[in-house]
Design a protein around this ligand. Structure first.
Ligand code: ZN
Length: 424
C-alpha cells in the first residue's frame, strides 16, 4: 500500500516537473496555443516578481538600475489612463495578443472612470499609480503637496478596485520630473519608482507611424527594456498593433511584472542583472579594487624599515650592502608624511566631484573638464591656472553652500581617500 502510494506520488511529481519545464521554456508556439482564438498572438513569455524594497528606482532613462530582463525581453507600460475611448481599445489589442502590461493610473481618471480600473485588474494587468492630477512640477513641489498627489492617486485607484490589495506599489512620477525628496518619500513607503528605458514620444504631435518607428528603433538600440506608452492617445492605439507585430517578427518576448507579496516571493536575481549592460571584461573600472579609507594616526613618526621588511632571506644577505657604522646611527624612525602631500587644490574638479555636490553640477564640471580648452590646460601645466579659476567660479555658482564650507573646514582624510579613488 505504502509502496504504491510512493510510486504514484513519484509519477505525479514527474508529471508536475514536466509541466513546469514546459512552462519555463515556453516556445512561441506554446504561447500562441495559450491564447485561444489567436494563433499568431505574441503572448506573455514570463512573469517577473519584483520586490520594490530591494530595487526601488528602475528605468535607465533616469536611474542606474532597470528591470532584470534578458536580451529581447520587453515590458509594456501605459500611463495617464483610464480614458474609456482609448483605454478600452488598448485593452482589446492586448487581450487579443494575450499580453500583460503595467498601467500607471491617474487618480482623477480613476475617479471619473472606476470601471476602467476594474477592467484592467480583471484582464490580469498590473496596476500602479501616477499621482492624482498629473502636475508636471514634482521636481519643485513642497513635501505636503507631492505627498497629497501621491496619496490621491493611490486612494482613488484602490477605491475603484473590487480588491484594493491588487494595487501594485509601483509609481511613475508625472512627466518623469524626478526629485530626490520625492524618491526618498516613495522608497520609505516601499513604493517602487518606475522611470522607463525608452519612450515612443506618443504624447507629442507625431504620426502613429512615428510612434511605431521610435518604439522599435529605441528598443533595438537597447536590446531590451521598459517601453513607455500612453493609453489615452489615438496615435498609440493606431501604433500598438504594428509595434506588437514587429516585436514578434524580431523575436522579442513580453514580460509581465508583478510585485512580491507574502505568498509570492520575488524572482531570484543577481544584482548585475538589474543593470542594462552589466560590466564586462572591457570595463576595467568595475574590476578595480576599492581604495580603503585610511586614517591619519596621531604618531609623528613611523618605524624605519629593517632588512626583514624588505623580505631579505638569509642566503641573500651577502649580496646586500653591508651596514656601515653611519647606517647603524640612523634614527630608528622616519617622519610621517604630512597632510600637504595628499592635498589637492580647492576648487579642482577632483575635489568637487568627490564631495556632496549635486549630480547635475558634478556632471557639468566633468563635462567642462572634457572640453578641448580644459584639455589644453592639462597638457600645458603652466597654463592650468586659468581654467582652474573658471571651474572654481563655476563651482561657487553651482553650490555656494559647498564653496563656503570648503573655505572654513580643513580637508578630511576620508574625503582625500575618495578623491584618490575617483582619480584612479
Ligand atoms: Zn503621465
Amino acid at each position: 500500500m505504502i509502496g504504491s502510494s510512493v510510486v504514484s506520488r513519484t509519477r505525479s511529481w514527474t508529471a508536475l516537473g514536466l509541466m513546469l519545464g514546459l512552462l519555463t521554456t515556453a516556445s512561441p508556439a506554446a504561447l500562441a496555443a495559450d491564447c485561444p482564438g489567436h494563433p499568431d498572438a505574441l503572448g506573455t513569455s514570463r512573469t517577473l516578481v519584483v520586490d520594490p524594497r530591494e530595487h526601488p528606482l528602475i528605468g535607465t532613462m533616469q536611474y542606474r538600475e532597470t528591470l532584470p530582463l534578458r536580451d529581447h525581453e520587453v515590458v509594456l507600460t501605459f500611463d495617464d489612463g483610464p480614458l474609456p475611448k482609448y483605454s478600452n481599445q488598448v485593452l482589446k489589442i492586448l487581450d487579443d495578443e494575450c499580453i500583460k502590461a503595467t498601467f500607471f493610473i491617474i487618480g482623477s481618471q480613476a475617479k471619473a472612470n472606476p470601471e476602467g480600473v476594474r477592467k484592467l485588474v480583471a484582464a490580469g494587468h498590473t496596476v500602479g499609480t501616477h499621482s492624482m492630477d498629473h502636475p508636471l512640477t514634482f521636481d519643485r513641489m513642497p513635501v505636503e503637496k507631492f505627498e497629497a498627489e501621491i496619496n490621491g492617486g493611490i486612494e482613488w485607484t484602490s477605491a475603484a478596485m473590487t480588491d484594493p490589495s491588487k494595487l501594485a506599489p509601483f509609481f511613475r512620477i508625472p512627466g518623469l520630473m524626478r526629485a530626490e525628496g520625492v524618491e526618498h518619500h516613495l522608497i520609505a513607503r516601499g513604493i517602487q519608482v518606475w522611470s522607463a528605458d525608452f519612450p515612443a514620444d506618443d504624447w507629442r504631435h507625431v504620426s502613429s507611424d512615428r510612434v511605431y518607428q521610435l518604439a522599435i528603433q529605441r528598443l533595438e538600440a537597447k536590446g531590451k527594456g521598459i517601453l513607455l506608452l500612453h493609453d489615452i492617445q489615438a496615435r498609440t492605439v493606431a501604433a500598438l498593433p504594428k509595434i506588437i507585430r514587429d516585436l514578434k517578427a524580431r523575436g522579442y518576448r513580453i514580460v509581465h511584472v508583478v510585485p512580491a507579496t507574502a505568498d509570492r516571493p520575488a524572482t531570484p536575481t543577481n544584482p548585475v542583472e538589474w543593470l542594462l549592460h552589466p560590466p564586462t571584461e572591457t570595463t576595467p573600472i568595475a574590476r578595480w579594487p576599492a581604495v580603503p579609507g585610511f586614517v591619519f594616526t596621531q604618531t609623528k613618526t613611523l618605524p624605519a624599515p629593517s632588512l626583514a621588511d624588505l623580505n631579505a632571506q638569509t642566503e641573500h644577505q651577502p649580496l646586500l650592502p653591508r651596514r656601515t657604522m653611519a647606517q647603524a646611527d640612523v634614527a630608528a624612525t622616519l617622519p610621517v608624511p604630512g597632510r600637504a602631500l595628499f592635498a589637492i587644490p580647492e576648487g579642482s574638479v577632483e575635489v568637487l566631484l568627490s564631495t556632496t555636490l549635486s549630480r547635475r553640477a558634478a556632471t557639468r564640471l566633468a563635462m567642462a573638464a572634457e572640453t578641448p580648452h580644459a584639455a589644453k590646460g592639462k597638457t600645458a601645466r603652466g597654463k592650468a591656472a586659468k581654467p582652474q579659476a573658471r571651474h572654481t567660479a563655476h563651482a561657487a555658482q553651482a553650490a555656494p553652500k559647498h564653496a563656503a564650507q570648503a573655505k572654513t573646514t580643513a580637508p578630511r582624510p576620508t574625503r582625500l581617500a575618495t578623491s584618490a579613488k575617483k582619480r584612479a
